[in-house]
Design a protein around this ligand. Structure first.
Ligand SMILES: NC(=O)c1ccc[n+]([C@@H]2O[C@H](COP(=O)([O-])OP(=O)(O)OC[C@H]3O[C@@H](n4cnc5c(N)ncnc54)[C@H](OP(=O)(O)O)[C@@H]3O)[C@@H](O)[C@H]2O)c1
Length: 424
């Protein structure tokens, strides 16, 4: 057995877990050789031999005694520079850094492929990394991926549904308890989910030439009203990352969606992540797992290190074939609409006329009795409709004098674990 000597760049939330496990010495094929930090005098959660610590990552990159570099520094510029020079110096990489992979993936994967080196990516999508072998065995046959990939969003949405507390208040509480970062915009605006779904898209398509942007909408506009109406209609609201492959066309997006109660994804609570994969035979497999945190991320990285040590093939994209995405306007699906309308007779007739003009039929309409008010909610769900038609109708509806605010639109996921289908 050849021992692989490992350098860990980063001694923060993730790095401390990886360092702790390596120092326990229970994995004979891995030996911790160096730790890179920015602030050498910072108090650490446990003491390490001072000669392990360096502050200049070129000392690691140029050290012939190091075989693998674990990049858990975060950020993009230094992380990309570390990864690229480590590859050039003959080292393999394991990283948990989504941002560097989505921004510099082209350069990193093409260099790794040219040099015959490997990049471990499990740490970038912690919550579903245990399905990596399903992804690798059935890369071509995966038809659909529906995934909850951001713990902060899932915590906020499931907490709102349980307690009836508003989005702003739950976010504040999550920040106070340390579940959400002080600046949580990458999480709540869907950016973090989009990065993870881009990485998964690269893996199942075996290419690093994926679009830099995918259609992405976060949960900022989801209100308590939406969650309550969804509940009445039999659904939970979750932020989903979605990949659908059908007849050579690929649809990818990140959006909140109404998911039927009683399905795997609807049952995912708190900061957990989940994924459902459907193959070309319609077989669905799923997994619920913690999506972040020191030890879940450590386990993901250690599994990459073991694969590298054992010479196992790692799941990384190796081709430059461009992925062309289906225009989101082409998708067909069902939608939840929450309009804010003037409380007066004839409003419904004006709205249904526009919907009718666009061939959009309604599955349900909910208008409750409210105390007299300037504007009241009017909730509708549609049957199957092409998104482009729906958006055209909404543009006209939102210009009506009786519509007082931008209409909230959320996709409805039908079927769930047995038969997930957002798009038909
Ligand atoms: N936290 C999670 O649960 C989680 C889960 C999955 C993926 N990730 C990803 O993992 C990465 C690390 O996250 P984290 O939460 O562990 O971050 P963190 O707590 O901020 O730790 C970052 C570490 O990197 C070191 N560092 C930063 N820039 C450096 C530089 N230029 N040179 C040398 N050392 C540098 C810092 O050194 P000092 O300590 O000396 O300041 C610190 O130890 C990020 O890409 C993140 O997105 C995190």
């Amino acid at each position: 057995m050849k021992i692989k000597r490992v350098a860990v760049a980063g001694f923060g939330n993730v790095g401390k877990g990886v360092i702790e496990v390596l120092l326990q010495g229970q994995i004979p094929e891995l030996k911790l050789e160096k730790i890179v930090v920015k602030h050498p005098n910072k108090v650490r959660p446990f003491t390490v031999e001072p000669n392990l610590i360096v502050t200049d990552f070129s000392q690691v990159v140029q050290d012939p005694n190091i075989d693998i570099v674990v990049e858990v520094m975060g950020g993009t510029k230094d992380a990309a520079s570390l990864i690229l020079s480590a590859l050039r110096n003959g080292k393999d990489i394991a990283t948990a850094n989504k941002a560097v992979i989505t921004q510099h993936g082209n350069e990193i994967f093409s260099l790794a492929t040219d040099l015959g080196r490997t990049i471990g990516l499990r740490g970038t999508f912690v919550g579903c990394n245990a399905l990596i072998h399903d992804l690798s065995l059935s890369r071509k046959s995966i038809h659909k991926i529906y995934a909850i990939l951001n713990g902060t969003c899932n915590y906020i949405l499931s907490h709102m549904a349980r307690t009836g507390i508003s989005f702003e208040q739950v976010l504040r509480e999550a920040q106070e308890k340390g579940y959400a970062e002080a600046d949580a915009s990458d999480d709540i605006d869907g950016v973090d989910t989009a990065r993870k779904i881009q990485i998964l898209l690269g893996i199942i398509s075996n290419t690093y030439n994926i679009p830099p942007e995918i259609p992405c909408e976060g949960i900022r506009n989801v209100t308590m009203q939406d969650i309550q109406y969804a509940k009445e209609l039999g659904y939970a609201i979750k932020l989903l990352g979605i990949i659908e492959r059908e007849d050579g066309s690929i649809t990818v997006f990140v959006r909140p969606a109404l998911i039927p109660h009683g399905t795997l994804l609807a049952s995912v609570e708190d900061a957990n992540n989940a994924i459902e994969l459907e193959n070309d035979l319609g077989v669905v497999s799923g997994l619920v797992a913690p999506g972040a945190g020191t030890y879940p991320t450590t386990v993901a990285i250690i599994n990459d290190l073991l694969d590298i040590a054992h010479g196992a093939a790692l799941m990384m994209p190796t081709s430059n074939t461009p992925v062309v995405l289906n225009d989101i306007g082409n998708i067909r699906g069902r939608y939840y609409l929450r309009l804010t309308v003037k409380d007066q007779p004839g409003v419904l007739a004006q709205i249904t006329r526009i919907l009718g003009d666009h061939d959009i039929s309604l599955a349900s309409v909910i208008q409750k009795e409210w105390a007299p008010a300037e504007a009241v909610p009017l909730v509708m769900t549609t049957h199957q409709v092409k998104e482009r038609e729906l958006r055209a109708a909404l543009e006209k509806m939102d210009q009506l004098e009786v519509v007082k605010a931008k209409t909230m639109v959320i996709n409805i996921l039908e079927g769930g674990s047995q038969q997930p289908a957002l798009i038909r």
